[in-house]
Design a protein around this ligand. Structure first.
Ligand code: ZN
Ligand code: ZN
Length: 648
């Protein structure tokens, strides 16, 4: 647009603005228009929020050629940026650059910084940086900091490296802020060697330099290294604690995560209101089934009135549900005024894992009534719920309407839930047909669900057919499948096939997950592994377990040696089964708690048939309620039975 034309249209803007403004009312025709001074406009800009619309000020500035005044233009651009109008700010910047003056480093920094903060247009800050260099304007330490932020957003490590070279050239290599953003940049690209080099070379470091480095190692899963550096830190802020706690949660080291959480509250009274920390700690409690810890965190949050944002309420619902307290989860959920999709999903999943399909379905319908759009995970939850409660009709209708009503294409996992739903209800043929006609290749999980259904409904013929299919799967990618198959052969007594499979699997068997159980007693989480000898009370626990097994055998429990896949004698097999981690945890629970208290255990793998039978018998003989959360669901053992009805 031609300059005079542009000015004319701006005058138009002034008119509209003045008419609606409370400051300069109302009669404005061009003849009576008084030209404001530069000082007037500067004063107007200082009012927050500006009483006159910004556009009006912009118009005044441009029409009266105040753009030549760099200070005024600078504050105007600043105003636009703080109102998130980056497009207008850029327009003014470009306009002043072309017509009024050559911008100083301060100007360039203003725009480069604004773009570096943006998610979508952050590349524009690199473009401006290049223009700045071509215009022979000297970058300062702030320019470098902003450009590196933008590089880490755009994932361009190569350009980042050339900026690093420029940093050295312009003599900012030893600057604290520049060093911090360099560490941050290299950590984002997980180039810990480079990050460490920058860190080691710094003359001065602050809490951000240390935290960035710790975060880098935590991101890479090198928690021991991160822990060592954390220990050397002279001071901490809430981000440094959050980095450690979420790092441990991310690497599955939940006990340590809780330890750090406690340390944070004990030693650092300034750090109290970081949402991410609470969400991570609650997630650690959920994984460990550490109900006392979780309750305490909830109490603490109430006491200090820590605002419960959506992610924290989701974490709370999840924690209570995973610790077996579905009523508390539901209470947290009911207290929410506007539950979002994450809140609904974690409530539905919670009900489903507890076998409460009707409740899962009720919450799902509530969600639809409130017009909250379900996501993929919501469907997994609700289908799972239907499957555990035998709601075939409801589940099928949801599964077949996923795409047409809610625009979500069923994935392999959804097919898995549907097949499980059919299989559990005894529609084996239909389930088998579904698997064969699926648009994607069925995986070992689906076959395993179907095979369990065949076992329960005693369909040997279909079972064999499924084994044929499983055998065709590629073992190199399905470690879990090979173990399943080898267990299956072991249960059929076909040791030749077991040996063959073990040879194929080779060394990889060592990397498979080891059975692990946790029990929380008086705020301490105790961990047991199969045939564990590491617990300080190991001898007592073993004695107690032998006594327990003796007593339950008298009551009629027989060791089921089927799940042992080694070619051992019956007696050896019995020994191998006796030391499964959940049995050790139960023995420890029985000897350390008052009679009649409920024992809660969390297991990382699916509980085996023998442990299931033993726990049923123990709940009867010792009159205890035992709640075990295994990888797939909850088992509540009471008076010799389990709420899962032996189907899991
Ligand atoms: Zn077991
Ligand atoms: Zn059960």
């Amino acid at each position: 647009m031609h300059a005079s034309l542009r000015a004319k249209s701006l005058v138009q803007t002034i008119r509209t603005c003045f008419c609606s403004s409370s400051l300069c009312k109302p009669e404005l025709d061009e003849s009576r228009f008084i030209v404001p001074s530069r000082k007037n406009i500067s004063q107007l800009l200082k009012l927050k929020p500006p009483l006159i619309p910004l556009n009006q000020i912009l118009a005044l500035t441009v029409t009266h050629s105040f753009t030549a005044d760099s200070l005024l233009t600078h504050s105007l651009i600043h105003c636009y940026l703080s109102c998130n109008s980056i497009v207008t700010a850029r327009y003014l910047f470009d306009y002043s650059c072309s017509y009024s003056f050559s911008p100083s480093t301060l100007f360039w920094n203003l725009m480069i910084r604004a773009y570096s903060k943006q998610l979508i247009h952050s590349s524009e800050s690199v473009v401006l940086f290049k223009k700045m260099m071509l215009g022979f304007c000297c970058p300062d330490k702030y320019t470098f900091t902003f450009v590196m932020t933008s590089c880490s957003r755009q994932m361009s490590v190569v350009f980042g490296q050339s900026v690093h070279a420029l940093v050295i050239k312009y003599g900012y290599a030893f600057d604290l802020y520049v060093g911090n953003s360099l560490i941050n940049l290299y950590c984002v690209f997980v180039r810990m060697g480079d990050a460490q080099k920058v860190f080691d070379g710094m003359l001065k470091r602050d809490v951000f330099s240390w935290t960035s480095l710790v975060a880098g190692y935590a991101k890479q899963g090198e928690m021991d290294r991160a822990c060592k550096i954390f220990g050397l830190m002279p001071s901490y802020n809430e981000v440094s604690w959050a980095v450690m706690i979420s790092g441990y949660v991310g690497s599955g080291r939940y006990v340590e995560a809780l330890q750090y959480f406690r340390d944070m509250l004990c030693y650092d009274s300034n750090v109290k209101s970081n949402e991410a920390v609470f969400a991570s700690a609650l997630s650690a409690c959920a994984h460990l089934g550490a109900l006392d810890h979780g309750k305490w965190i909830h109490f603490y949050m109430k006491k200090f009135m820590i605002c419960v944002a959506s992610n924290i309420s989701t974490a709370l619902i999840d924690m209570y549900a995973k610790c077996g307290k579905i009523d508390c989860a539901s209470q947290v959920f009911n207290e929410l005024s506007h539950p979002d999709v994450q809140n609904f999903t974690s409530m539905i999943t919670g009900f489903a894992n507890h076998g409460l399909g009707k409740d899962a379905l009720r919450v799902f319908n509530q969600m639809l009534a409130k017009q909250v759009k379900p996501n993929e995970i919501t469907f997994l939850g609700v289908l799972n719920g239907c499957s555990h409660a035998g709601l075939v009709e409801e589940g099928s209708s949801i599964f077949f309407n996923m795409e047409s009503l809610w625009g979500i294409v069923p994935k392999l996992e959804h097919y898995g839930c549907y097949v499980d739903l059919l299989g559990r209800a005894g529609y084996l043929e239909k389930a088998f047909r579904t698997v064969k006609n699926m648009p994607m290749k069925p995986d070992i999980v689906i076959w395993r669900a179907l095979l369990s259904a065949c076992r329960v409904h005693r369909d040997v013929k279909l079972g064999e057919l499924i084994i044929n299919h499983i055998e065709q799967l590629d073992y190199s990618r399905h470690g879990g499948g090979a173990v399943l198959l080898s267990n299956l052969y072991a249960s059929l007594g076909r040791w030749d096939r077991v040996a063959q499979l073990r040879k194929v699997m080779g060394v990889r068997t060592n990397n498979l997950s080891i059975g692990c159980s946790w029990i929380e007693l008086n705020g301490v989480v105790h961990k047991f592994r199969v045939a564990d000898k590491s617990h300080p009370q190991v001898l007592e626990i073993r004695d107690k377990l032998s006594e327990i097994l003796r007593r339950v055998r008298i009551a009629g429990y027989i060791t089921n040696t089927m799940p042992v896949s080694f070619d051992l004698t019956e007696e050896e097999k019995e020994q191998a089964m006796a030391w499964h981690s959940e049995k050790l945890a139960v023995a420890f629970g029985l000897m350390s708690t008052e009679p009649g208290t409920c024992i809660r255990i969390v297991k990382n793998l699916r509980t085996c048939e023998d442990c299931h039978a033993a726990l049923k018998a123990i709940s009867n003989v010792y009159c205890r309620e035992i709640i075990v959360r295994d990888r797939t669901r909850f088992h509540t053992f009471k008076e010799g039975n389990c709420l899962c009805n032996d189907y899991w």
